[in-house]
Design a binder for this molecule. Structure first.
Ligand SMILES: *Cc1c(COP(=O)(O)O)cnc(C)c1O
Length: 352
């Protein structure tokens, strides 16, 4: 006996990376930021806690105003969501009447949302070197979703290349997921003024140390934002809680901390790339807060398991095109030092 609507009978859900209870684990498996939130966040959350008897602001102005200012847009060009996953979820519900197209290798949630909302998905192959061939999208009429930098490869496209795609067909919506853009990508936010068929989605989870707070956004033409709001106010008007709004506002108020921590992640990423390359790994040219690596002699599965036994969690994807790769989030320099040492030991044992 099941009470589940038969349309969900075969739904395959998203599988989040493991969140171990032990705090001694070095967690390099879910692309979280290794540093704590900006120093002002804790006090802001504590103050907001005094007001928890009241509903949160359905218009999310506390975050929407400073974000609009930062992006040099008006507030009716900004939507705030409960993590960018919620923003993507609403976008899949709102904008996919003509179907959706995205790369074979990308953020796994796109396929899950397509299944969930029964949107026909066109999966577009990547080049063998895992780069994205925009020519393959040119004639498509479906809404296009591209993560830039892409996950889990970390590879980027230039804003001007993406602009070509956007302007080629103004009747077709292009959604750019910029979850990792602050670590080295080129943002398309500035182009949203010019193109009403461009929606840019971003998150506070990766570059603003707020993964646990659940805060994401979209920037686009006021009509796209109004559509997202139409759906949001039909499902969950208070989609972002007041503690999270306070946390987001405090994070946005500290630009200096934001930039300093990003610089650290980038520096450690480049150090890690260098170390892994010299150990014989193939390392994609990631512009994100993770590296994507494959070793010619030792299987990814073996490295994954041995690292785990050594208390270091990384991410492996069960997909034939990338199952020889591991995605490793950039931690603190001490954590990456430990990671590199552990991998060196694993290789030594495996390749003798
Ligand atoms: C992490 C991630 C998200 C989701 O971020 P949240 O804001 O935490 O929901 C969206 N897109 C990509 C590509 C991501 O890697």
């Amino acid at each position: 006996m099941t009470f589940l609507n038969p349309k969900y009978q075969h739904l395959v859900s998203y599988v989040p990376g493991e969140q171990p209870k032990q705090t001694t684990i070095i967690k390099l498996n879910t692309n979280e930021n290794p540093y704590p939130p900006a120093p002002g966040v804790a006090a802001a959350v504590q103050a907001a806690a005094q007001q928890l008897a009241k509903y949160s602001d359905a218009d999310c102005l506390q975050v929407r105003l400073p974000l609009a200012e930062r992006f040099d847009v008006t507030i009716d060009e900004v939507f705030i969501g409960n993590g960018s996953d919620e923003v993507l979820s609403l976008a899949f519900q709102a904008f996919m009447a003509k179907g959706v197209a995205f790369p074979t290798i990308t953020y796994g949630f796109y396929q899950v949302f397509a299944d969930m909302y029964q949107v026909e998905a066109r999966v577009v192959p990547l080049n063998v070197d895992l780069t994205l061939d925009l020519d393959l999208y040119r004639s498509l009429t479906q809404t296009i979703v591209i993560a830039n930098p892409n996950a889990p490869t970390g590879l980027t496209l230039s804003a001007s290349a993406l602009e070509e795609l956007v302007k080629e067909d103004l009747e077709r919506l292009v959604i750019i997921d910029e979850a990792y853009v602050d670590f080295g990508g080129e943002s398309m936010v500035a182009y949203t003024k010019q193109y009403a068929n461009l929606l840019v989605i971003g998150t506070f989870s990766k570059s603003r140390q707020l993964a646990g707070a659940r805060l994401g956004y979209a920037v686009g033409d006021p009509s796209l934002i109004a559509d997202l709001n139409r759906l949001k106010f039909a499902v969950n008007p208070y989609n972002v809680n007041s503690l999270t709004l306070a946390a987001g506002a405090a994070a946005l108020a500290d630009e200096r901390y934001f930039h300093t921590q990003i610089e650290k992640v980038i520096q450690v990423r480049e150090w890690t790339k260098h170390k892994l390359t010299s150990m014989g790994f193939q390392v994609t040219d990631s512009a994100a807060n993770f590296v994507f690596i494959a070793h010619p002699q030792v299987s990814a599965k073996v490295i994954l398991e041995k690292l785990k036994a050594d208390g270091i969690y990384v991410r492996w994807f069960d997909h034939p095109l990338i199952d020889h790769y591991l995605r490793v989030t950039i931690g603190t320099s001490a954590q990456m030092d430990r990671f590199v040492q552990s991998v060196q030991q694993i290789l030594k044992e495996a390749v003798r």
